[in-house]
Design a protein around this ligand. Sequence first.
Ligand code: NAP
Length: 357
Amino acid sequence: MGVRDLNFREKVPVGILGATGAVGQRFVSLLSSHPWFQIEFLGASENSVGKAYGKAVHWTLSTPIPEEVAQIPIQKCVPEAAKCTLFFSALDSSVAYDTELSFAKRGFVVVSNTKAHRMDPDVPLLIPEVNAKHLALIEAQKKKNKGFIVTNPNCSVIALSLALKPLYDRFGLEAVEVVTLQAISGSGHPGIPSLDIMDNVIPFISDEEEKIETEPLKILGSFDSGKIDYASFKISAQANRVPVTDGHMACLSVKFKEKPSEKSIIDAWTGFTGEAQVLELPFAPAHPLQYFEEENYPQPKLHRDLNRGMTVSIGRLRKCPILDNKFVILSHNTLRGAAGGAILNAELLVKQGLIFW
Ligand code: NAP
């Protein structure tokens, strides 16, 4: 794959499937001022079809609905209705599988947030700084469908994989234990009833622990002979919902193959960059990982918006009496963990010459 020399006379026309939800709103907000992409299509459920976006959506972001988008009528999520090249999917997981596939079969590129196709053997589960090489899987998809699907990982898994990648490469990993403290916006809108979550912690999020225990092994796997060989270390996850609006935190304990010093772990994080930074993608933060020395950092309120919500904050590195070391990570679940991460994926596809318009 060559790197495309971009000289944008026309922006890439894009659609958003599930545009009215918690993640869909982030897409609308971020894409409305994107230098490469132009929103042309908004899709949602039958309840919203036919209404102007501004009337259909229950807007929850602190920035206003972009004026030019508020007037766009919502359409059905069917490929026949669509004239775009690229679709971002923030669909409810109950409808995502078939809908995303139908768009790919009609020749469109689908960049998805949903779990539907993440573990398909020929679908890249992509984080541009971590596994850009996995884009080679697209060739296999193109043999079946005219278009293709690229997915981003679960919102907790994105931060986890970014924080583990430089450690995995330098020191090797044997085991990871992770306890998450996940924000309410992770369950969409309206999500969990306020009386259930205020003054409370819920120690269960459906399917979440399974995703955290498996997706990083695909992401950190190596691409070889047309397929991905999964990483082989073990992950044990416990997921909790906490009364924070945005920002997923996770407390990790890690066992390494080679035992690093604390300084070399911090150096591995602070020096870490990837393909997104090399290609200077518009949504790439200069530093995907930032380590804080303060003993009470990171915190959702203070750090979730770091570098437009695209940097993972890390802190509290110390010895673990059971495994080797423990630390805390934090990232914005609807920015780096969803819409921002998907936009970064789409930017990589454009730059690699995989999207034509
Ligand atoms: P949400 O707030 O519940 O939004 C769901 C969206 O899907 C809405 O736009 C809804 O449209 C649409 N929809 C529902 N049924 C549909 C149908 N039959 N046909 C077409 N559209 C339909 O959910 P969310 O939190 O934004 O999550 C969206 C997806 O991203 C989910 O698959 C989720 O697992 C994933 N995700 C979420 C996060 C997060 O932090 N929230 C992070 C990563 C990934 P209406 O408004 O018309 O009902």
